[in-house]
Design a protein around this ligand. Sequence first.
Ligand code: SF4
Length: 333
Amino acid sequence: MSLQPIPDAHQDIGGPAQPLLLIRDLSKHFGKHPGLVRAVDGVSFAIRKGETLGIVGESGCGKSTTSRLIMGLIDPTAGEVIFDGEFVGPGGLPVAEFRRQVQMVFQDSYASLNPRLTIAESIGFAPRVHGLSREATTSRVRELLAAVGLEPDQFAQRYPHELSGGQRQRVNIARALALRPRLIILDEPVSALDKSVEAQVLNLLVDVKEQFGLSYLFISHDLNVVQYISDRVLVMYLGRVVEIGPVEELYSHPSHPYTRALLASRPSMDPDHRRTTPPLTGDPPNPINVPPGCRFHPRCAKALPSCSTAEPEMVKIGKDHHAACFLAETVKA
Ligand code: SF4
């Protein structure tokens, strides 16, 4: 295999209007009937060039499985991944090339790093494998450390256990940037951090996105974090997309009863507006026993008799705003 030096930037093939990533009917089912688990079940969405798309939902909704399917870490049961207009896979964009252009950052900053490699070795590993010279790798590592706010002289030769959780997550971000990707999938990247550190890492993500011309897929159970960082937000429930829209629109005028309940369950900072009854009742979602009809109907305060037999399609309810509920247009706040 001949190794090519890493180009400074990957080419924008289809122009700004072509989605960077298009996901079509992606599904992942585990096991067999009757114990079939529909972890992800016909999910479609696009990530536009330069945007941050947030994905929210309770645990078990399929948001993390979706990210692993996109990266090819697990094989899909069905569906297509299209990157800047090219199908990913045999006959299209090679998976290895896709994985250079799309990187991931996970929640667990420590498990993501090899404890026996110095920070410089961890960040420089992929560029070296891709044929960058030792000298060029050293200078790229120093640039990347500086870009994530870690003084190169102070941090390059340290080991992961010598760093705090926030510093390790900065190293993981530097490592994700090392091959000049165009998209970074961030799977609960700040969930393990203290609140003060969380804000610093979020601000860093905003800065590097601008500096490196990135797009983000940002997965989190934390609605406040997703609101802060996202341009658009996608809500998942039991392996399906139930609502997607621009962040201000979706947070101020949620349409799907699940989105409304999720937003209402956020802890209020105002003691005069504390809730007394929980807005989300009933059993938490279980992808083994997906209810017939609308999957949310056993927990939905607005459910009609037909909701337990027919499944709602995604409908447009505003500019760039869609929801899958029979009452979508009428219940919009
Ligand atoms: Fe509730 Fe029916 Fe809408 Fe489902 S389709 S969210 S059960 S009102």
